[in-house]
Design a protein around this ligand. Structure first.
Ligand code: BEZ
Length: 388
Protein backbone atom coordinates (compact mmCIF):
# COMPACT_ATOMS: atom_id res chain seq x y z
CA UNK A 1 0.00 0.00 0.00
CA UNK A 2 2.82 2.33 1.05
CA UNK A 3 4.67 1.52 -2.15
CA UNK A 4 1.59 2.19 -4.24
CA UNK A 5 1.06 5.53 -2.49
CA UNK A 6 4.70 6.54 -3.10
CA UNK A 7 4.45 5.57 -6.77
CA UNK A 8 1.27 7.58 -7.21
CA UNK A 9 2.86 10.61 -5.53
CA UNK A 10 5.98 10.32 -7.68
CA UNK A 11 3.94 9.97 -10.86
CA UNK A 12 1.78 12.96 -9.91
CA UNK A 13 4.88 15.05 -9.24
CA UNK A 14 6.48 14.22 -12.61
CA UNK A 15 3.29 14.63 -14.59
CA UNK A 16 2.73 18.01 -12.89
CA UNK A 17 6.34 19.12 -13.24
CA UNK A 18 6.45 18.75 -17.01
CA UNK A 19 3.42 20.85 -17.88
CA UNK A 20 4.40 23.40 -15.21
CA UNK A 21 7.84 23.82 -16.80
CA UNK A 22 6.32 24.06 -20.25
CA UNK A 23 3.77 26.60 -19.08
CA UNK A 24 6.46 29.07 -17.97
CA UNK A 25 5.83 32.15 -20.16
CA UNK A 26 8.81 33.55 -22.05
CA UNK A 27 10.24 36.56 -20.18
CA UNK A 28 8.94 39.89 -21.43
CA UNK A 29 10.85 41.47 -24.28
CA UNK A 30 12.46 44.67 -23.00
CA UNK A 31 11.86 47.48 -25.49
CA UNK A 32 13.82 50.73 -25.02
CA UNK A 33 12.02 53.72 -26.50
CA UNK A 34 14.48 56.58 -26.91
CA UNK A 35 12.51 59.44 -28.44
CA UNK A 36 12.04 63.20 -28.04
CA UNK A 37 9.15 63.88 -25.66
CA UNK A 38 10.08 67.56 -25.21
CA UNK A 39 11.35 70.26 -27.59
CA UNK A 40 10.71 71.02 -31.25
CA UNK A 41 10.34 67.31 -32.18
CA UNK A 42 8.12 66.26 -29.21
CA UNK A 43 5.03 65.67 -31.35
CA UNK A 44 7.07 63.40 -33.65
CA UNK A 45 8.28 61.26 -30.74
CA UNK A 46 4.76 60.86 -29.40
CA UNK A 47 3.37 59.88 -32.81
CA UNK A 48 6.10 57.23 -33.21
CA UNK A 49 5.31 55.71 -29.82
CA UNK A 50 1.56 55.77 -30.58
CA UNK A 51 2.10 53.99 -33.89
CA UNK A 52 4.39 51.40 -32.32
CA UNK A 53 1.92 50.61 -29.52
CA UNK A 54 -0.98 50.44 -31.97
CA UNK A 55 0.66 47.65 -33.97
CA UNK A 56 1.53 45.74 -30.79
CA UNK A 57 -2.06 46.09 -29.55
CA UNK A 58 -3.32 44.75 -32.88
CA UNK A 59 -1.18 41.63 -32.28
CA UNK A 60 -2.79 41.06 -28.88
CA UNK A 61 0.08 42.72 -26.98
CA UNK A 62 2.73 40.20 -28.10
CA UNK A 63 5.43 40.08 -30.79
CA UNK A 64 7.12 36.78 -31.65
CA UNK A 65 5.18 35.16 -28.79
CA UNK A 66 6.59 37.55 -26.18
CA UNK A 67 4.87 40.24 -24.17
CA UNK A 68 6.58 43.62 -24.19
CA UNK A 69 7.88 45.73 -21.35
CA UNK A 70 8.70 49.35 -22.17
CA UNK A 71 11.58 51.48 -20.89
CA UNK A 72 11.46 55.15 -21.93
CA UNK A 73 14.04 57.93 -22.23
CA UNK A 74 13.34 61.49 -23.42
CA UNK A 75 16.35 62.24 -25.64
CA UNK A 76 15.35 65.94 -25.96
CA UNK A 77 16.82 65.86 -29.51
CA UNK A 78 20.14 66.59 -27.80
CA UNK A 79 23.23 65.02 -29.42
CA UNK A 80 25.54 65.91 -26.47
CA UNK A 81 23.29 63.86 -24.11
CA UNK A 82 22.73 61.00 -26.56
CA UNK A 83 25.46 58.56 -25.49
CA UNK A 84 24.53 58.81 -21.80
CA UNK A 85 20.86 58.46 -22.66
CA UNK A 86 21.26 55.37 -24.82
CA UNK A 87 23.48 53.76 -22.20
CA UNK A 88 20.67 54.13 -19.64
CA UNK A 89 18.71 51.74 -21.83
CA UNK A 90 21.55 49.41 -22.85
CA UNK A 91 23.51 49.15 -19.59
CA UNK A 92 21.08 50.10 -16.80
CA UNK A 93 17.83 48.63 -18.17
CA UNK A 94 19.48 45.94 -20.33
CA UNK A 95 16.88 46.24 -23.07
CA UNK A 96 16.61 43.62 -25.82
CA UNK A 97 15.82 46.16 -28.52
CA UNK A 98 16.23 49.91 -28.98
CA UNK A 99 13.63 51.94 -30.85
CA UNK A 100 14.83 55.48 -31.69
CA UNK A 101 15.01 58.18 -32.63
CA UNK A 102 13.88 61.30 -34.51
CA UNK A 103 16.99 63.56 -34.60
CA UNK A 104 19.82 62.34 -36.85
CA UNK A 105 22.62 63.53 -34.54
CA UNK A 106 21.12 61.60 -31.62
CA UNK A 107 20.42 58.55 -33.79
CA UNK A 108 24.05 58.38 -34.90
CA UNK A 109 25.14 58.11 -31.26
CA UNK A 110 22.52 55.37 -30.81
CA UNK A 111 23.80 53.53 -33.88
CA UNK A 112 27.36 53.62 -32.52
CA UNK A 113 26.24 52.27 -29.13
CA UNK A 114 24.09 49.59 -30.80
CA UNK A 115 26.97 48.54 -33.03
CA UNK A 116 29.45 48.40 -30.11
CA UNK A 117 27.09 46.45 -27.82
CA UNK A 118 25.36 44.33 -30.47
CA UNK A 119 21.92 45.54 -29.26
CA UNK A 120 19.19 45.37 -31.88
CA UNK A 121 18.24 48.90 -33.10
CA UNK A 122 15.28 49.94 -35.25
CA UNK A 123 15.36 53.61 -36.25
CA UNK A 124 11.77 54.89 -36.70
CA UNK A 125 12.68 58.27 -38.20
CA UNK A 126 16.18 59.82 -38.26
CA UNK A 127 17.31 60.05 -41.88
CA UNK A 128 21.10 60.51 -41.72
CA UNK A 129 22.61 58.41 -44.51
CA UNK A 130 25.42 57.10 -42.31
CA UNK A 131 23.04 55.00 -40.17
CA UNK A 132 22.45 52.68 -43.12
CA UNK A 133 25.64 53.79 -44.87
CA UNK A 134 29.10 53.88 -43.29
CA UNK A 135 27.72 52.85 -39.86
CA UNK A 136 25.51 50.04 -41.18
CA UNK A 137 25.47 46.79 -39.22
CA UNK A 138 23.60 43.47 -39.21
CA UNK A 139 21.69 44.55 -36.05
CA UNK A 140 20.68 48.06 -37.27
CA UNK A 141 17.49 48.65 -39.29
CA UNK A 142 15.43 51.65 -40.31
CA UNK A 143 11.63 51.74 -40.73
CA UNK A 144 11.65 55.28 -42.11
CA UNK A 145 13.82 56.79 -44.89
CA UNK A 146 17.10 58.48 -45.68
CA UNK A 147 17.10 62.26 -46.09
CA UNK A 148 18.37 61.70 -49.62
CA UNK A 149 15.24 59.78 -50.69
CA UNK A 150 12.54 62.47 -50.44
CA UNK A 151 14.99 65.29 -51.27
CA UNK A 152 16.29 63.68 -54.46
CA UNK A 153 12.73 63.11 -55.64
CA UNK A 154 11.90 66.80 -55.06
CA UNK A 155 14.99 68.00 -56.97
CA UNK A 156 13.64 66.14 -59.96
CA UNK A 157 10.11 67.52 -59.54
CA UNK A 158 11.34 71.13 -59.22
CA UNK A 159 13.48 70.86 -62.35
CA UNK A 160 10.59 69.32 -64.31
CA UNK A 161 8.41 72.27 -63.29
CA UNK A 162 10.88 74.42 -65.24
CA UNK A 163 12.68 76.12 -62.35
CA UNK A 164 16.29 77.03 -63.18
CA UNK A 165 17.56 78.50 -59.89
CA UNK A 166 16.89 77.63 -56.27
CA UNK A 167 17.89 78.77 -52.79
CA UNK A 168 17.89 76.21 -50.00
CA UNK A 169 17.26 76.90 -46.32
CA UNK A 170 17.53 74.46 -43.41
CA UNK A 171 18.96 73.71 -39.98
CA UNK A 172 22.71 73.12 -39.93
CA UNK A 173 22.98 69.48 -38.93
CA UNK A 174 23.13 66.13 -40.73
CA UNK A 175 19.42 65.92 -41.61
CA UNK A 176 19.24 69.41 -43.11
CA UNK A 177 22.55 69.20 -44.91
CA UNK A 178 21.77 65.80 -46.45
CA UNK A 179 18.29 66.88 -47.47
CA UNK A 180 19.75 69.87 -49.29
CA UNK A 181 22.43 67.61 -50.77
CA UNK A 182 19.83 65.22 -52.22
CA UNK A 183 17.79 68.08 -53.69
CA UNK A 184 20.86 69.73 -55.23
CA UNK A 185 22.08 66.44 -56.73
CA UNK A 186 18.85 65.84 -58.66
CA UNK A 187 18.08 69.51 -59.44
CA UNK A 188 21.53 70.18 -60.92
CA UNK A 189 21.61 66.86 -62.78
CA UNK A 190 18.44 68.05 -64.52
CA UNK A 191 20.03 71.41 -65.48
CA UNK A 192 19.06 73.61 -62.48
CA UNK A 193 21.42 75.52 -60.19
CA UNK A 194 21.33 75.92 -56.41
CA UNK A 195 22.54 79.52 -56.10
CA UNK A 196 22.60 79.89 -52.31
CA UNK A 197 22.50 77.48 -49.34
CA UNK A 198 21.22 79.19 -46.19
CA UNK A 199 21.40 77.58 -42.74
CA UNK A 200 20.74 78.33 -39.09
CA UNK A 201 21.56 76.27 -36.00
CA UNK A 202 19.09 73.61 -34.79
CA UNK A 203 16.47 74.29 -33.37
CA UNK A 204 16.65 78.08 -33.95
CA UNK A 205 13.46 79.62 -35.39
CA UNK A 206 14.68 83.17 -36.08
CA UNK A 207 14.10 83.08 -39.85
CA UNK A 208 13.63 86.79 -40.60
CA UNK A 209 17.14 87.73 -41.76
CA UNK A 210 17.33 84.67 -44.02
CA UNK A 211 13.92 85.41 -45.54
CA UNK A 212 15.17 88.92 -46.38
CA UNK A 213 18.20 87.34 -48.10
CA UNK A 214 15.92 85.06 -50.15
CA UNK A 215 13.86 88.08 -51.24
CA UNK A 216 17.03 89.86 -52.36
CA UNK A 217 18.35 86.80 -54.24
CA UNK A 218 15.07 86.25 -56.17
CA UNK A 219 15.51 82.56 -57.08
CA UNK A 220 12.90 80.70 -59.14
CA UNK A 221 12.18 78.41 -56.16
CA UNK A 222 13.07 77.72 -52.52
CA UNK A 223 13.72 74.21 -51.14
CA UNK A 224 13.67 73.50 -47.44
CA UNK A 225 13.93 70.88 -44.70
CA UNK A 226 12.27 71.77 -41.42
CA UNK A 227 10.09 69.56 -39.22
CA UNK A 228 7.94 69.70 -36.10
CA UNK A 229 7.46 73.05 -34.36
CA UNK A 230 10.22 74.64 -36.50
CA UNK A 231 8.32 73.72 -39.68
CA UNK A 232 5.16 75.34 -38.32
CA UNK A 233 7.00 78.59 -37.64
CA UNK A 234 8.88 78.59 -40.96
CA UNK A 235 5.78 78.06 -43.12
CA UNK A 236 3.93 80.81 -41.25
CA UNK A 237 6.88 83.23 -41.51
CA UNK A 238 7.35 82.48 -45.23
CA UNK A 239 3.70 83.34 -45.93
CA UNK A 240 3.72 86.39 -43.62
CA UNK A 241 6.81 87.78 -45.37
CA UNK A 242 4.91 87.83 -48.68
CA UNK A 243 7.41 85.44 -50.32
CA UNK A 244 4.80 82.69 -50.80
CA UNK A 245 3.11 84.81 -53.49
CA UNK A 246 6.28 85.37 -55.53
CA UNK A 247 8.66 82.41 -54.97
CA UNK A 248 7.27 78.86 -54.76
CA UNK A 249 8.32 76.96 -51.64
CA UNK A 250 9.09 73.23 -51.91
CA UNK A 251 10.15 70.85 -49.21
CA UNK A 252 10.79 67.37 -48.06
CA UNK A 253 7.34 66.37 -46.78
CA UNK A 254 8.31 66.82 -43.12
CA UNK A 255 7.57 70.51 -43.73
CA UNK A 256 3.82 69.84 -43.73
CA UNK A 257 3.39 66.45 -41.99
CA UNK A 258 1.72 66.51 -38.58
CA UNK A 259 1.79 70.32 -38.77
CA UNK A 260 -1.18 71.40 -40.89
CA UNK A 261 -3.54 72.08 -38.00
CA UNK A 262 -1.05 74.65 -36.64
CA UNK A 263 0.06 76.05 -40.02
CA UNK A 264 -3.46 76.80 -41.25
CA UNK A 265 -3.82 78.81 -44.46
CA UNK A 266 -0.07 79.54 -44.62
CA UNK A 267 0.50 75.95 -45.84
CA UNK A 268 -2.29 75.84 -48.42
CA UNK A 269 -1.06 74.68 -51.85
CA UNK A 270 2.52 73.74 -50.79
CA UNK A 271 4.07 70.86 -52.74
CA UNK A 272 6.29 68.36 -50.95
CA UNK A 273 7.66 64.84 -51.48
CA UNK A 274 7.49 62.00 -48.96
CA UNK A 275 6.83 58.27 -48.58
CA UNK A 276 3.34 58.91 -47.17
CA UNK A 277 0.27 61.01 -47.99
CA UNK A 278 -3.01 61.53 -46.16
CA UNK A 279 -5.37 60.02 -48.72
CA UNK A 280 -3.68 57.00 -50.27
CA UNK A 281 -7.11 55.35 -50.43
CA UNK A 282 -5.92 51.79 -49.93
CA UNK A 283 -7.74 49.44 -47.56
CA UNK A 284 -4.53 48.98 -45.55
CA UNK A 285 -4.13 52.71 -45.00
CA UNK A 286 -7.83 53.36 -44.34
CA UNK A 287 -7.89 50.63 -41.68
CA UNK A 288 -4.73 52.02 -40.08
CA UNK A 289 -6.03 55.59 -40.04
CA UNK A 290 -9.33 54.52 -38.53
CA UNK A 291 -7.66 52.42 -35.82
CA UNK A 292 -5.20 55.22 -34.99
CA UNK A 293 -7.95 57.86 -34.81
CA UNK A 294 -10.05 55.57 -32.59
CA UNK A 295 -7.16 54.85 -30.20
CA UNK A 296 -5.68 58.33 -29.90
CA UNK A 297 -8.42 60.75 -31.05
CA UNK A 298 -5.83 62.13 -33.48
CA UNK A 299 -5.12 61.82 -37.18
CA UNK A 300 -1.95 59.83 -37.90
CA UNK A 301 1.02 61.29 -39.79
CA UNK A 302 4.18 59.88 -41.35
CA UNK A 303 5.83 59.51 -37.92
CA UNK A 304 2.96 57.36 -36.65
CA UNK A 305 3.34 55.15 -39.74
CA UNK A 306 7.08 54.76 -39.13
CA UNK A 307 6.47 53.79 -35.47
CA UNK A 308 3.81 51.31 -36.55
CA UNK A 309 6.20 49.81 -39.11
CA UNK A 310 9.07 49.64 -36.60
CA UNK A 311 6.85 47.35 -34.49
CA UNK A 312 5.83 45.47 -37.60
CA UNK A 313 9.48 44.90 -38.57
CA UNK A 314 10.32 43.81 -35.03
CA UNK A 315 7.42 41.32 -35.21
CA UNK A 316 8.62 39.88 -38.53
CA UNK A 317 12.13 39.36 -37.19
CA UNK A 318 10.93 37.94 -33.86
CA UNK A 319 8.54 35.49 -35.52
CA UNK A 320 11.43 34.14 -37.57
CA UNK A 321 13.55 33.51 -34.46
CA UNK A 322 10.62 32.48 -32.23
CA UNK A 323 11.22 35.43 -29.93
CA UNK A 324 14.96 34.76 -29.46
CA UNK A 325 16.70 38.08 -30.28
CA UNK A 326 20.14 36.53 -29.88
CA UNK A 327 19.66 34.82 -33.28
CA UNK A 328 20.77 37.96 -35.09
CA UNK A 329 21.61 36.48 -38.50
CA UNK A 330 18.21 34.77 -38.79
CA UNK A 331 16.44 37.92 -37.58
CA UNK A 332 18.21 39.98 -40.28
CA UNK A 333 17.61 37.39 -43.00
CA UNK A 334 13.86 37.46 -42.30
CA UNK A 335 13.71 41.24 -42.72
CA UNK A 336 15.95 41.23 -45.79
CA UNK A 337 13.47 39.02 -47.63
CA UNK A 338 10.28 40.55 -46.20
CA UNK A 339 7.68 42.61 -48.03
CA UNK A 340 6.39 44.95 -45.37
CA UNK A 341 2.68 45.64 -45.63
CA UNK A 342 2.79 49.26 -44.51
CA UNK A 343 -0.01 51.87 -44.53
CA UNK A 344 2.37 53.83 -46.83
CA UNK A 345 2.31 50.94 -49.37
CA UNK A 346 4.37 47.77 -49.46
CA UNK A 347 8.11 48.24 -49.07
CA UNK A 348 11.20 46.05 -48.88
CA UNK A 349 14.44 46.43 -46.95
CA UNK A 350 17.68 47.09 -48.83
CA UNK A 351 20.96 45.25 -48.20
CA UNK A 352 22.02 48.15 -45.99
CA UNK A 353 18.66 47.85 -44.07
CA UNK A 354 16.84 50.96 -45.32
CA UNK A 355 13.30 50.94 -46.83
CA UNK A 356 13.07 50.74 -50.62
CA UNK A 357 9.86 52.68 -51.17
CA UNK A 358 7.73 54.88 -53.41
CA UNK A 359 8.13 58.61 -52.91
CA UNK A 360 4.88 60.53 -53.39
CA UNK A 361 4.29 64.07 -54.58
CA UNK A 362 1.74 65.71 -52.29
CA UNK A 363 -0.03 69.04 -52.26
CA UNK A 364 -1.61 70.66 -49.21
CA UNK A 365 -5.36 71.04 -49.52
CA UNK A 366 -7.00 72.15 -46.28
CA UNK A 367 -5.79 69.87 -43.47
CA UNK A 368 -4.41 67.15 -45.77
CA UNK A 369 -1.24 66.34 -47.69
CA UNK A 370 -3.14 65.20 -50.75
CA UNK A 371 -1.60 62.53 -52.98
CA UNK A 372 -0.67 64.12 -56.32
CA UNK A 373 1.22 61.22 -57.93
CA UNK A 374 4.25 58.97 -57.50
CA UNK A 375 7.36 61.17 -57.81
CA UNK A 376 9.78 58.20 -57.84
CA UNK A 377 8.87 54.52 -57.78
CA UNK A 378 10.65 52.08 -55.42
CA UNK A 379 13.47 54.49 -54.62
CA UNK A 380 16.46 52.81 -52.96
CA UNK A 381 19.02 54.85 -51.06
CA UNK A 382 22.47 54.06 -52.51
CA UNK A 383 23.70 53.07 -49.00
CA UNK A 384 27.04 54.72 -49.71
CA UNK A 385 29.86 53.37 -47.54
CA UNK A 386 27.93 50.39 -46.17
CA UNK A 387 30.04 47.25 -45.92
CA UNK A 388 28.24 44.26 -44.43
C1 BEZ B 1 16.28 63.95 -38.67
O1 BEZ B 1 16.93 64.59 -37.84
O2 BEZ B 1 16.79 63.01 -39.31
C2 BEZ B 1 14.85 64.30 -38.93
C3 BEZ B 1 14.13 64.98 -37.99
C4 BEZ B 1 12.79 65.28 -38.23
C5 BEZ B 1 12.19 64.86 -39.40
C6 BEZ B 1 12.92 64.18 -40.35
C7 BEZ B 1 14.26 63.89 -40.12
Amino acid sequence: MKLLRRTILALTATSLAVPLALAQPAPKLKVGLMLPYTGTYAALGNAIENGFRLYVAEQGGKLGGRELEYFKVDDESSPPKATDNVNKLIKRDQVDVLIGTVHSGVAMAMAKAAKDSGTLLIVPNAGAGAITGAMCAPNIFRSSFTMWQSAYAMGDVAAKKGHKTAVTITWKYAAGEESVGGFKEAFEKAGGKVVKQLTLPFPNEEFQALLTEIAATKPDAVYTFFAGAGAVKFVKDYAASGLKKSIPLYGAGFLTDGTLEAQGAAAEGLSTTLHYADNLETKRDRDFRLAYAKSYKLQPDVYAVQGYDAAQMLGIGLNAVKGDVSKKAEFAAALEKARIDSPRGTFTISKSHNPVQDIYLRQVTGKENTFAGVATKALADPGRGCKM
